[in-house]
Design a protein around this ligand. Structure first.
Ligand code: AMP
Ligand code: MG
Length: 490
Protein backbone atom coordinates (compact mmCIF):
# COMPACT_ATOMS: atom_id res chain seq x y z
CA UNK A 1 0.00 0.00 0.00
CA UNK A 2 1.23 3.45 -0.89
CA UNK A 3 0.33 6.93 0.12
CA UNK A 4 -0.70 9.23 -2.69
CA UNK A 5 2.68 11.00 -2.54
CA UNK A 6 4.44 7.67 -3.07
CA UNK A 7 2.69 7.05 -6.41
CA UNK A 8 4.95 7.53 -9.41
CA UNK A 9 3.45 8.84 -12.61
CA UNK A 10 4.99 8.15 -15.98
CA UNK A 11 2.95 9.24 -18.94
CA UNK A 12 4.44 7.15 -21.71
CA UNK A 13 1.76 8.24 -24.18
CA UNK A 14 3.24 11.73 -23.80
CA UNK A 15 6.55 10.34 -25.15
CA UNK A 16 4.88 9.84 -28.54
CA UNK A 17 5.17 12.62 -31.14
CA UNK A 18 3.57 15.92 -30.16
CA UNK A 19 0.71 15.74 -32.61
CA UNK A 20 -0.64 12.53 -31.01
CA UNK A 21 -2.09 14.64 -28.21
CA UNK A 22 -2.38 18.13 -26.85
CA UNK A 23 -1.06 19.30 -23.49
CA UNK A 24 -3.68 20.71 -21.13
CA UNK A 25 -4.18 21.26 -17.46
CA UNK A 26 -7.60 20.47 -16.02
CA UNK A 27 -9.74 23.61 -15.70
CA UNK A 28 -10.83 24.05 -12.06
CA UNK A 29 -14.44 23.05 -11.49
CA UNK A 30 -16.25 25.46 -9.20
CA UNK A 31 -16.98 23.92 -5.80
CA UNK A 32 -15.20 20.66 -6.67
CA UNK A 33 -15.15 18.15 -3.82
CA UNK A 34 -14.55 14.43 -3.56
CA UNK A 35 -17.86 12.73 -2.83
CA UNK A 36 -17.09 9.08 -3.38
CA UNK A 37 -13.98 6.93 -3.40
CA UNK A 38 -13.76 3.40 -4.76
CA UNK A 39 -11.70 1.36 -2.33
CA UNK A 40 -11.67 -1.68 -4.64
CA UNK A 41 -10.30 0.33 -7.58
CA UNK A 42 -7.57 1.88 -5.41
CA UNK A 43 -6.00 -1.58 -5.16
CA UNK A 44 -5.23 -1.43 -8.88
CA UNK A 45 -2.55 1.15 -8.15
CA UNK A 46 -1.68 -0.07 -4.64
CA UNK A 47 -3.13 3.15 -3.23
CA UNK A 48 -4.00 3.10 0.46
CA UNK A 49 -7.75 3.81 0.71
CA UNK A 50 -7.08 6.02 3.73
CA UNK A 51 -5.60 8.47 1.20
CA UNK A 52 -9.12 9.33 0.06
CA UNK A 53 -9.17 11.75 2.98
CA UNK A 54 -5.83 13.37 2.29
CA UNK A 55 -5.85 16.93 0.93
CA UNK A 56 -3.15 16.02 -1.61
CA UNK A 57 -5.32 13.29 -3.12
CA UNK A 58 -8.41 15.48 -3.16
CA UNK A 59 -6.48 18.27 -4.89
CA UNK A 60 -5.34 15.74 -7.47
CA UNK A 61 -8.76 14.19 -8.02
CA UNK A 62 -10.29 17.64 -8.42
CA UNK A 63 -7.57 18.56 -10.91
CA UNK A 64 -6.39 21.48 -8.74
CA UNK A 65 -2.84 20.40 -8.08
CA UNK A 66 -1.03 17.62 -9.91
CA UNK A 67 2.20 15.94 -8.82
CA UNK A 68 5.20 17.18 -10.82
CA UNK A 69 5.66 13.88 -12.69
CA UNK A 70 2.15 14.04 -14.18
CA UNK A 71 2.13 15.08 -17.82
CA UNK A 72 -1.51 15.89 -18.47
CA UNK A 73 -2.63 15.47 -22.08
CA UNK A 74 -5.78 15.15 -24.16
CA UNK A 75 -5.48 12.29 -26.67
CA UNK A 76 -6.32 12.77 -30.31
CA UNK A 77 -8.48 10.30 -32.23
CA UNK A 78 -11.10 10.01 -34.95
CA UNK A 79 -14.08 7.70 -35.19
CA UNK A 80 -17.19 6.55 -36.98
CA UNK A 81 -20.14 8.10 -35.17
CA UNK A 82 -23.47 6.52 -36.07
CA UNK A 83 -21.78 5.18 -39.19
CA UNK A 84 -20.24 8.48 -40.33
CA UNK A 85 -16.53 9.17 -40.30
CA UNK A 86 -15.50 12.11 -38.11
CA UNK A 87 -11.82 12.58 -38.96
CA UNK A 88 -10.93 14.45 -35.78
CA UNK A 89 -12.50 13.91 -32.37
CA UNK A 90 -10.15 13.47 -29.42
CA UNK A 91 -10.61 13.94 -25.69
CA UNK A 92 -12.92 16.93 -25.67
CA UNK A 93 -13.62 16.73 -21.97
CA UNK A 94 -11.07 14.38 -20.49
CA UNK A 95 -7.43 14.66 -19.59
CA UNK A 96 -5.05 11.76 -19.21
CA UNK A 97 -3.16 12.74 -16.07
CA UNK A 98 -0.61 9.97 -16.39
CA UNK A 99 0.07 6.30 -15.85
CA UNK A 100 0.74 4.76 -12.50
CA UNK A 101 2.74 1.55 -12.34
CA UNK A 102 1.54 -1.14 -10.00
CA UNK A 103 3.85 -3.41 -8.00
CA UNK A 104 2.73 -6.36 -10.12
CA UNK A 105 4.23 -4.70 -13.20
CA UNK A 106 1.02 -3.57 -14.88
CA UNK A 107 0.07 0.06 -15.13
CA UNK A 108 -3.11 2.10 -15.14
CA UNK A 109 -4.04 5.25 -17.00
CA UNK A 110 -5.61 7.82 -14.70
CA UNK A 111 -7.92 9.99 -16.74
CA UNK A 112 -10.01 12.86 -15.40
CA UNK A 113 -13.31 13.09 -17.26
CA UNK A 114 -15.27 16.34 -17.17
CA UNK A 115 -12.08 18.34 -16.67
CA UNK A 116 -12.81 21.27 -18.98
CA UNK A 117 -12.23 22.14 -22.61
CA UNK A 118 -9.32 20.95 -24.70
CA UNK A 119 -8.21 21.47 -28.26
CA UNK A 120 -10.65 18.71 -29.22
CA UNK A 121 -13.78 20.13 -27.57
CA UNK A 122 -15.27 21.35 -30.87
CA UNK A 123 -17.05 24.28 -29.22
CA UNK A 124 -18.49 22.28 -26.31
CA UNK A 125 -17.85 23.05 -22.66
CA UNK A 126 -15.56 20.16 -21.74
CA UNK A 127 -17.74 19.30 -18.78
CA UNK A 128 -19.68 16.26 -17.65
CA UNK A 129 -22.83 16.53 -15.57
CA UNK A 130 -23.34 14.88 -12.18
CA UNK A 131 -26.08 12.63 -13.58
CA UNK A 132 -23.91 11.00 -16.25
CA UNK A 133 -20.87 10.90 -14.00
CA UNK A 134 -22.76 8.93 -11.34
CA UNK A 135 -24.03 6.59 -14.04
CA UNK A 136 -20.53 5.87 -15.32
CA UNK A 137 -19.14 5.55 -11.80
CA UNK A 138 -21.74 2.97 -10.84
CA UNK A 139 -21.91 1.12 -14.12
CA UNK A 140 -18.21 0.59 -14.54
CA UNK A 141 -18.18 -1.00 -11.11
CA UNK A 142 -21.31 -3.03 -11.89
CA UNK A 143 -19.69 -4.39 -15.05
CA UNK A 144 -16.55 -5.29 -13.14
CA UNK A 145 -18.69 -7.04 -10.52
CA UNK A 146 -20.33 -9.02 -13.30
CA UNK A 147 -16.89 -10.10 -14.51
CA UNK A 148 -17.09 -8.06 -17.73
CA UNK A 149 -13.91 -6.23 -18.83
CA UNK A 150 -14.31 -2.49 -18.31
CA UNK A 151 -12.68 0.77 -17.39
CA UNK A 152 -12.92 1.43 -13.64
CA UNK A 153 -13.45 4.60 -11.68
CA UNK A 154 -11.34 5.59 -8.71
CA UNK A 155 -13.47 8.43 -7.43
CA UNK A 156 -16.29 10.81 -8.06
CA UNK A 157 -16.01 14.58 -7.74
CA UNK A 158 -19.08 16.83 -7.53
CA UNK A 159 -19.05 20.55 -8.25
CA UNK A 160 -21.38 23.54 -8.08
CA UNK A 161 -20.64 24.87 -11.53
CA UNK A 162 -23.68 25.22 -13.75
CA UNK A 163 -23.55 23.16 -16.89
CA UNK A 164 -26.10 23.68 -19.65
CA UNK A 165 -27.71 20.65 -21.26
CA UNK A 166 -31.47 20.33 -21.94
CA UNK A 167 -31.70 22.02 -18.57
CA UNK A 168 -29.22 23.52 -16.13
CA UNK A 169 -27.32 20.82 -14.27
CA UNK A 170 -24.16 20.78 -12.17
CA UNK A 171 -20.74 19.70 -13.32
CA UNK A 172 -18.89 16.69 -11.93
CA UNK A 173 -15.74 14.70 -12.67
CA UNK A 174 -14.73 11.09 -12.66
CA UNK A 175 -11.22 9.72 -12.25
CA UNK A 176 -11.23 6.88 -14.72
CA UNK A 177 -8.77 3.99 -14.80
CA UNK A 178 -7.90 1.67 -17.64
CA UNK A 179 -4.81 -0.16 -18.86
CA UNK A 180 -4.92 2.35 -21.72
CA UNK A 181 -7.27 4.65 -23.61
CA UNK A 182 -6.36 3.75 -27.19
CA UNK A 183 -9.51 3.42 -29.26
CA UNK A 184 -10.24 1.96 -32.68
CA UNK A 185 -10.58 5.62 -33.65
CA UNK A 186 -6.99 6.36 -32.56
CA UNK A 187 -5.81 4.35 -35.56
CA UNK A 188 -8.50 5.80 -37.83
CA UNK A 189 -7.19 9.29 -37.08
CA UNK A 190 -3.82 8.66 -38.68
CA UNK A 191 -5.19 6.46 -41.45
CA UNK A 192 -7.63 9.06 -42.72
CA UNK A 193 -5.01 11.81 -42.37
CA UNK A 194 -2.82 9.52 -44.54
CA UNK A 195 -0.04 9.75 -41.98
CA UNK A 196 1.11 6.19 -42.31
CA UNK A 197 4.38 6.74 -40.42
CA UNK A 198 2.39 7.91 -37.42
CA UNK A 199 0.06 4.97 -37.87
CA UNK A 200 3.05 2.67 -37.62
CA UNK A 201 4.36 4.52 -34.57
CA UNK A 202 1.00 4.07 -32.84
CA UNK A 203 0.82 0.38 -33.76
CA UNK A 204 4.39 -0.21 -32.57
CA UNK A 205 3.65 1.59 -29.31
CA UNK A 206 0.46 -0.40 -28.80
CA UNK A 207 2.15 -3.72 -29.49
CA UNK A 208 5.32 -3.07 -27.52
CA UNK A 209 3.52 -1.59 -24.57
CA UNK A 210 0.46 -3.81 -24.32
CA UNK A 211 0.87 -6.88 -26.50
CA UNK A 212 4.63 -7.59 -26.58
CA UNK A 213 3.99 -11.28 -27.28
CA UNK A 214 2.63 -10.27 -30.72
CA UNK A 215 6.11 -9.05 -31.69
CA UNK A 216 7.06 -12.69 -32.20
CA UNK A 217 4.35 -13.16 -34.83
CA UNK A 218 5.20 -13.05 -38.53
CA UNK A 219 2.90 -10.03 -39.06
CA UNK A 220 2.49 -8.09 -35.79
CA UNK A 221 -0.07 -5.52 -37.08
CA UNK A 222 -2.24 -8.37 -38.39
CA UNK A 223 -1.77 -10.22 -35.11
CA UNK A 224 -2.89 -7.06 -33.29
CA UNK A 225 -6.03 -6.90 -35.42
CA UNK A 226 -6.72 -10.58 -34.76
CA UNK A 227 -6.27 -10.08 -31.04
CA UNK A 228 -8.67 -7.12 -30.95
CA UNK A 229 -11.21 -9.04 -33.05
CA UNK A 230 -11.08 -11.91 -30.59
CA UNK A 231 -11.26 -9.74 -27.47
CA UNK A 232 -14.11 -7.65 -28.88
CA UNK A 233 -16.10 -10.77 -29.78
CA UNK A 234 -15.64 -12.04 -26.22
CA UNK A 235 -16.66 -8.68 -24.77
CA UNK A 236 -19.82 -8.33 -26.81
CA UNK A 237 -20.77 -11.95 -26.08
CA UNK A 238 -20.55 -11.05 -22.38
CA UNK A 239 -22.74 -7.95 -22.94
CA UNK A 240 -25.38 -9.95 -24.79
CA UNK A 241 -25.47 -12.70 -22.18
CA UNK A 242 -25.97 -10.30 -19.30
CA UNK A 243 -28.39 -8.05 -21.22
CA UNK A 244 -26.22 -4.93 -21.42
CA UNK A 245 -26.77 -2.34 -24.10
CA UNK A 246 -23.94 0.17 -24.60
CA UNK A 247 -25.97 2.79 -26.43
CA UNK A 248 -23.23 4.59 -28.41
CA UNK A 249 -21.05 1.97 -30.05
CA UNK A 250 -19.17 4.47 -32.17
CA UNK A 251 -15.69 3.33 -33.17
CA UNK A 252 -14.17 6.03 -30.94
CA UNK A 253 -15.89 4.37 -27.98
CA UNK A 254 -14.34 0.97 -28.71
CA UNK A 255 -11.20 0.08 -26.79
CA UNK A 256 -8.33 -1.87 -28.32
CA UNK A 257 -8.13 -3.61 -24.91
CA UNK A 258 -11.51 -5.26 -25.40
CA UNK A 259 -12.95 -3.45 -22.40
CA UNK A 260 -16.23 -1.59 -22.06
CA UNK A 261 -15.45 2.10 -22.57
CA UNK A 262 -17.39 5.38 -22.40
CA UNK A 263 -20.60 4.86 -20.53
CA UNK A 264 -23.28 7.16 -21.86
CA UNK A 265 -26.90 6.19 -22.38
CA UNK A 266 -26.30 2.50 -21.55
CA UNK A 267 -29.08 0.27 -20.27
CA UNK A 268 -29.63 -3.21 -18.91
CA UNK A 269 -32.60 -5.11 -20.25
CA UNK A 270 -35.62 -5.14 -17.98
CA UNK A 271 -38.43 -6.92 -19.86
CA UNK A 272 -36.73 -8.90 -22.61
CA UNK A 273 -36.99 -7.07 -25.90
CA UNK A 274 -34.29 -8.01 -28.42
CA UNK A 275 -34.77 -4.70 -30.25
CA UNK A 276 -34.35 -2.64 -27.05
CA UNK A 277 -32.93 0.84 -27.76
CA UNK A 278 -31.49 2.33 -24.59
CA UNK A 279 -30.43 5.65 -26.16
CA UNK A 280 -33.33 8.00 -26.74
CA UNK A 281 -31.23 9.93 -29.28
CA UNK A 282 -30.80 6.75 -31.40
CA UNK A 283 -33.90 7.20 -33.54
CA UNK A 284 -32.98 4.60 -36.13
CA UNK A 285 -32.07 1.97 -33.55
CA UNK A 286 -28.58 1.59 -34.98
CA UNK A 287 -27.34 0.54 -31.55
CA UNK A 288 -30.34 -1.59 -30.53
CA UNK A 289 -29.50 -4.48 -28.22
CA UNK A 290 -29.64 -7.23 -30.85
CA UNK A 291 -27.59 -5.19 -33.31
CA UNK A 292 -24.57 -4.95 -31.02
CA UNK A 293 -22.76 -8.05 -32.32
CA UNK A 294 -23.11 -6.78 -35.91
CA UNK A 295 -22.00 -3.28 -34.92
CA UNK A 296 -18.99 -4.86 -33.25
CA UNK A 297 -18.05 -6.25 -36.65
CA UNK A 298 -18.63 -2.89 -38.34
CA UNK A 299 -16.31 -1.21 -35.83
CA UNK A 300 -13.69 -3.91 -36.25
CA UNK A 301 -13.90 -3.37 -40.00
CA UNK A 302 -13.14 0.32 -39.36
CA UNK A 303 -10.09 -0.71 -37.36
CA UNK A 304 -9.03 -3.23 -40.01
CA UNK A 305 -9.33 -0.58 -42.72
CA UNK A 306 -7.10 1.74 -40.71
CA UNK A 307 -4.47 -0.97 -40.22
CA UNK A 308 -4.35 -2.00 -43.89
CA UNK A 309 -1.20 -0.01 -44.78
CA UNK A 310 0.65 -1.80 -41.97
CA UNK A 311 -0.67 -5.27 -42.71
CA UNK A 312 0.82 -5.44 -46.20
CA UNK A 313 2.25 -2.86 -48.60
CA UNK A 314 0.21 -4.48 -51.37
CA UNK A 315 -3.37 -3.22 -50.93
CA UNK A 316 -5.00 -6.40 -52.31
CA UNK A 317 -2.90 -8.65 -50.10
CA UNK A 318 -3.61 -6.48 -47.04
CA UNK A 319 -7.35 -6.49 -47.77
CA UNK A 320 -7.43 -10.25 -48.11
CA UNK A 321 -5.61 -10.81 -44.83
CA UNK A 322 -7.91 -8.36 -43.05
CA UNK A 323 -11.03 -9.95 -44.58
CA UNK A 324 -9.90 -13.39 -43.41
CA UNK A 325 -9.37 -12.08 -39.90
CA UNK A 326 -12.75 -10.33 -39.84
CA UNK A 327 -14.34 -13.48 -41.23
CA UNK A 328 -13.51 -15.28 -38.01
CA UNK A 329 -15.34 -12.74 -35.81
CA UNK A 330 -18.81 -14.22 -36.11
CA UNK A 331 -17.73 -17.73 -35.13
CA UNK A 332 -15.70 -16.35 -32.26
CA UNK A 333 -18.71 -14.37 -31.04
CA UNK A 334 -21.16 -17.27 -31.51
CA UNK A 335 -18.97 -19.74 -29.64
CA UNK A 336 -18.53 -17.36 -26.71
CA UNK A 337 -22.19 -16.31 -26.62
CA UNK A 338 -23.56 -19.83 -26.89
CA UNK A 339 -21.23 -21.09 -24.16
CA UNK A 340 -22.40 -18.29 -21.85
CA UNK A 341 -26.07 -18.95 -22.57
CA UNK A 342 -25.66 -22.70 -21.97
CA UNK A 343 -24.07 -21.94 -18.61
CA UNK A 344 -26.91 -19.56 -17.77
CA UNK A 345 -29.29 -22.47 -18.34
CA UNK A 346 -27.18 -24.78 -16.21
CA UNK A 347 -26.14 -26.89 -19.19
CA UNK A 348 -22.52 -27.57 -18.50
CA UNK A 349 -22.15 -30.11 -21.27
CA UNK A 350 -22.92 -29.12 -24.83
CA UNK A 351 -25.59 -31.18 -26.67
CA UNK A 352 -27.33 -30.84 -30.01
CA UNK A 353 -30.48 -28.79 -29.56
CA UNK A 354 -29.15 -26.61 -26.73
CA UNK A 355 -29.07 -23.45 -28.83
CA UNK A 356 -32.62 -24.03 -30.02
CA UNK A 357 -33.72 -24.62 -26.43
CA UNK A 358 -32.17 -21.31 -25.41
CA UNK A 359 -33.72 -19.45 -28.34
CA UNK A 360 -37.14 -20.89 -27.57
CA UNK A 361 -36.92 -19.48 -24.05
CA UNK A 362 -35.87 -16.07 -25.37
CA UNK A 363 -38.77 -16.10 -27.84
CA UNK A 364 -41.24 -16.87 -25.08
CA UNK A 365 -39.70 -14.16 -22.90
CA UNK A 366 -39.99 -11.60 -25.68
CA UNK A 367 -43.62 -12.55 -26.35
CA UNK A 368 -44.44 -12.27 -22.64
CA UNK A 369 -42.32 -9.26 -21.65
CA UNK A 370 -40.55 -11.44 -19.08
CA UNK A 371 -37.73 -9.76 -17.16
CA UNK A 372 -34.36 -10.89 -18.55
CA UNK A 373 -32.34 -10.88 -15.33
CA UNK A 374 -35.09 -12.31 -13.15
CA UNK A 375 -35.93 -15.21 -15.47
CA UNK A 376 -32.37 -16.54 -15.41
CA UNK A 377 -31.97 -15.94 -11.70
CA UNK A 378 -35.29 -17.71 -11.04
CA UNK A 379 -34.14 -20.69 -13.10
CA UNK A 380 -30.99 -20.79 -10.95
CA UNK A 381 -32.97 -21.41 -7.78
CA UNK A 382 -33.45 -25.07 -6.86
CA UNK A 383 -37.24 -24.67 -6.87
CA UNK A 384 -37.23 -21.87 -9.44
CA UNK A 385 -38.51 -23.65 -12.55
CA UNK A 386 -41.88 -24.29 -10.92
CA UNK A 387 -42.29 -20.55 -10.31
CA UNK A 388 -41.01 -19.38 -13.67
CA UNK A 389 -44.49 -18.73 -15.10
CA UNK A 390 -45.02 -15.92 -12.57
CA UNK A 391 -42.56 -13.85 -14.58
CA UNK A 392 -44.45 -14.27 -17.88
CA UNK A 393 -47.55 -12.25 -18.78
CA UNK A 394 -49.20 -15.58 -19.70
CA UNK A 395 -47.89 -17.95 -17.00
CA UNK A 396 -48.83 -21.06 -19.00
CA UNK A 397 -46.76 -19.89 -21.96
CA UNK A 398 -43.56 -21.37 -20.61
CA UNK A 399 -45.01 -24.79 -19.67
CA UNK A 400 -44.06 -26.47 -22.93
CA UNK A 401 -40.58 -24.99 -22.76
CA UNK A 402 -40.16 -26.13 -19.16
CA UNK A 403 -41.00 -29.67 -20.16
CA UNK A 404 -38.23 -29.65 -22.78
CA UNK A 405 -35.86 -28.01 -20.33
CA UNK A 406 -36.47 -30.58 -17.59
CA UNK A 407 -35.90 -33.41 -20.06
CA UNK A 408 -32.61 -31.80 -21.08
CA UNK A 409 -31.52 -31.24 -17.47
CA UNK A 410 -32.09 -34.94 -16.79
CA UNK A 411 -29.14 -35.62 -19.14
CA UNK A 412 -26.78 -33.43 -17.12
CA UNK A 413 -24.64 -35.28 -14.59
CA UNK A 414 -24.62 -32.36 -12.12
CA UNK A 415 -27.01 -32.70 -9.18
CA UNK A 416 -29.59 -29.96 -8.62
CA UNK A 417 -28.03 -28.19 -5.63
CA UNK A 418 -24.64 -27.90 -7.27
CA UNK A 419 -26.20 -26.81 -10.56
CA UNK A 420 -28.12 -24.08 -8.73
CA UNK A 421 -24.94 -22.88 -7.07
CA UNK A 422 -23.08 -22.76 -10.38
CA UNK A 423 -25.96 -21.05 -12.18
CA UNK A 424 -26.12 -18.36 -9.52
CA UNK A 425 -22.54 -17.50 -10.31
CA UNK A 426 -23.43 -16.64 -13.91
CA UNK A 427 -26.95 -15.29 -13.47
CA UNK A 428 -26.77 -12.05 -11.49
CA UNK A 429 -29.44 -11.10 -9.01
CA UNK A 430 -28.56 -7.39 -9.34
CA UNK A 431 -27.87 -5.32 -12.42
CA UNK A 432 -27.69 -1.53 -12.59
CA UNK A 433 -31.18 -0.88 -13.88
CA UNK A 434 -31.88 2.72 -14.86
CA UNK A 435 -34.22 3.37 -11.97
CA UNK A 436 -31.60 2.31 -9.43
CA UNK A 437 -29.04 4.72 -10.85
CA UNK A 438 -31.73 7.40 -11.10
CA UNK A 439 -32.57 7.13 -7.39
CA UNK A 440 -28.89 7.61 -6.52
CA UNK A 441 -28.70 10.58 -8.90
CA UNK A 442 -31.78 12.31 -7.44
CA UNK A 443 -30.53 11.97 -3.87
CA UNK A 444 -27.11 13.28 -4.79
CA UNK A 445 -28.49 16.14 -6.85
CA UNK A 446 -31.35 17.23 -4.59
CA UNK A 447 -29.89 16.63 -1.13
CA UNK A 448 -26.16 16.09 -1.63
CA UNK A 449 -26.86 12.66 -0.21
CA UNK A 450 -24.43 10.11 -1.67
CA UNK A 451 -25.48 7.18 0.52
CA UNK A 452 -27.40 5.48 -2.28
CA UNK A 453 -24.17 5.30 -4.26
CA UNK A 454 -22.64 3.40 -1.33
CA UNK A 455 -25.51 0.93 -1.26
CA UNK A 456 -25.44 0.36 -4.99
CA UNK A 457 -21.67 -0.08 -5.02
CA UNK A 458 -21.95 -2.85 -2.43
CA UNK A 459 -24.68 -4.65 -4.36
CA UNK A 460 -23.10 -4.18 -7.79
CA UNK A 461 -19.64 -5.25 -6.69
CA UNK A 462 -21.10 -8.64 -5.74
CA UNK A 463 -24.15 -9.01 -8.01
CA UNK A 464 -24.26 -12.79 -7.81
CA UNK A 465 -24.66 -12.81 -4.00
CA UNK A 466 -28.06 -12.88 -2.33
CA UNK A 467 -27.77 -9.71 -0.18
CA UNK A 468 -30.74 -10.52 2.08
CA UNK A 469 -32.87 -7.46 2.79
CA UNK A 470 -32.18 -5.88 -0.61
CA UNK A 471 -34.87 -7.68 -2.60
CA UNK A 472 -36.28 -4.37 -3.79
CA UNK A 473 -33.07 -3.73 -5.71
CA UNK A 474 -33.53 -6.98 -7.64
CA UNK A 475 -37.07 -6.18 -8.74
CA UNK A 476 -38.57 -4.92 -11.95
CA UNK A 477 -38.68 -1.16 -12.54
CA UNK A 478 -41.41 0.78 -10.73
CA UNK A 479 -43.98 2.73 -12.79
CA UNK A 480 -42.18 6.04 -12.37
CA UNK A 481 -39.14 4.60 -14.15
CA UNK A 482 -41.00 4.86 -17.45
CA UNK A 483 -40.35 8.60 -17.30
CA UNK A 484 -36.56 8.20 -17.28
CA UNK A 485 -35.02 9.19 -20.56
CA UNK A 486 -31.35 8.61 -21.30
CA UNK A 487 -29.78 10.21 -24.32
CA UNK A 488 -26.37 11.20 -25.64
CA UNK A 489 -26.63 14.34 -23.50
CA UNK A 490 -24.13 13.96 -20.72
P1 AMP B 1 -19.03 10.68 -26.37
O1 AMP B 1 -20.30 10.54 -27.14
O2 AMP B 1 -19.22 11.08 -24.93
O3 AMP B 1 -18.15 9.49 -26.51
O4 AMP B 1 -18.26 11.92 -27.02
C1 AMP B 1 -17.92 12.00 -28.38
C2 AMP B 1 -16.92 13.09 -28.58
O5 AMP B 1 -17.44 14.34 -28.16
C3 AMP B 1 -15.64 12.91 -27.80
O6 AMP B 1 -14.60 13.42 -28.57
C4 AMP B 1 -15.86 13.74 -26.57
O7 AMP B 1 -14.66 14.16 -25.99
C5 AMP B 1 -16.65 14.90 -27.14
N1 AMP B 1 -17.53 15.52 -26.13
C6 AMP B 1 -18.66 15.01 -25.61
N2 AMP B 1 -19.20 15.87 -24.72
C7 AMP B 1 -18.40 16.95 -24.67
C8 AMP B 1 -18.41 18.18 -23.95
N3 AMP B 1 -19.37 18.47 -23.09
N4 AMP B 1 -17.40 19.04 -24.17
C9 AMP B 1 -16.42 18.77 -25.05
N5 AMP B 1 -16.35 17.64 -25.75
C10 AMP B 1 -17.32 16.73 -25.58
MG1 MG C 1 -16.46 8.77 -26.29
Amino acid sequence: MKTFRQLRFDNHYARLPDHFFSRHLPAPLEGARLVHFNVAAARLIDLDPAEAHSPAFEDFACGRKLPPDCEPIAMCYAGHQFGQLVPRLGDGRAILLGQVANDDGSSQDLQLKGSGPTRYSRGSDGRAVLRSTIREYLCSEAMHGLGIPTTRALCLVAGDEEVYREQIETGAMLLRMAPGHIRFGSFEYFYYAQRYDDLRTLADYTIDRYFPELREQANPPLALLERVIHDTAQLIAAWQAVGFSHGVMNSDNMSIHGITLDYGPFGFLDAYDPGFICNHSDHGGRYAFDRQPGIGLFNLSCLAQALLPLIDPQPEAAAELARDALGRYQASFDTAYRARMREKLGLFESRAGDDALCDALLDAMAANRADYTRVFRRLSETDGAGRLGELFSDPASCDAWLQRYRARLAQEPVEAALRSERMKRVNPKFVLRNHLAETAIRKARDARDYSEIDRLMILMQAPYDEHPGFEAYAGEPPDWARGISVSCSS
